[in-house]
Design a protein around this ligand. Sequence first.
Ligand SMILES: Cc1ncc(COP(=O)(O)O)c(C=O)c1O
Length: 442
Amino acid sequence: MNEIRPSRPNNLDAFWMPYTDNKYFKGTPRMLARAEGMSYYTTEGKEILDGTAGLWCCNAGHGRREITEAIQKQAAVMDFAPTFQLGHPIAFEAAARVAEMTPEGMDHVFFVNSGSEAADTALKIALAYQKSIGQAQRVRLVGRERGYHGVGFGGMSVGGIGPNRKQFGAMLPYVDHLPHTHLPAVNRFCKGQPEHGAHLADALEALVALHGDTIAAVMVEPIAGSTGVLVPPVGYLQKLREICTKHGILLIYDEVITGFGRIGTNFGAERLGVTPDIMTMAKGLTNAAVPMGAVATSAAVHDAIVHGSPSGIELFHGYTYSGHPLASAAAIATLELHRAEDLPGRARAMEPYWQQAAHAMRDVPGVIDVREMGLIAGIELEPRAGKPTARALDVFRRCFDDGVLVRVTGDIVALSPPLIIENHHVDRIFGTLSDAIRAVPA
Ligand SMILES: Cc1ncc(COP(=O)(O)O)c(C=O)c1O
């Protein structure tokens, strides 16, 4: 007979935590119990100001009643229904709402459950598209150094962050990478988009020269976030777009963090002035209240696959939870909040104050670069000699203990607050951060 052992309270062993130093955490746990507005509250009841919107995702702030009620209502009506060969109205409504927000022409929406699934789905759609237009030789996928596209095999392979790959041996074959766009020697402490670096897109021409007509798609983040906030140089994305169009290569934007108002427009594509063929999204789509991601495509991509296929299933891809009713309800309520409260507009209005506060960090000893756009900022620290990442981790822990949540990646502090942030929150985030940088050993 199966024996069910009672769980022990305070047992931290069972949960193998993601992207975490498990041994350290379980010796010194930092636990969040509640969230509201701009803040978390720990299990001890201490308030922690959220400088990261959770993980770049609670753009409308925490505990939004409208979203909670929509989820509760939907759970009581229909908990789950499949979307394979069946539908439910709320998933169609959610897709239509997303399509209203995406750049013109990006009107078809495939639902997934996370950013990682969105990245892999986008890559598969790109391959299927090329095949459906008679370009089956286009099997190569191009990413960029320092890109992050989640942890599926597609996103990991096309991504360009060494530590995310080196434990896992085999990657997808037929993948290549563009150089990253970080040029500190010429762009350090620049405001918004850096002036130098558009020429780095020419590396795609070099890959075309090398690989001929075998490249299916290029996937980049409009602003690379997880790797420490790399804003695209002026003209870079325009160039990438031109080269893709010239050579029949699809351009995929990974908008998982730049979507839903983060840089002052619905999606990064709008603010940066370049529209891709396919875009991924997740996180802010449901304000993270229920996991959900999506891939939006142009009509050309959708129609080639859907109308170009004989009758029967057109795309052999999908998840049990694609268009899950609770996630769909959360997405509709979230997007309604975006519209009603003009969250992208709020981000735009806050940007000058945020930018000025971010750049004031330049005077803090040990800060070697500041990069920002919209309500994103990356504050790069001089690494501790012989111990990369240790200084930033100490800063993260110190900020948390002083009541502010920041995120660190390498020796970079990445900030991405809820878009409902106000001036006094900005002051507190940067004040606590600068105190922490001064307080921890260099
Ligand atoms: C640009 C980008 N793509 C994909 C992902 C992966 O999303 P998820 O963790 O929901 O799988 C992330 C997560 O931070 C991201 O920033």
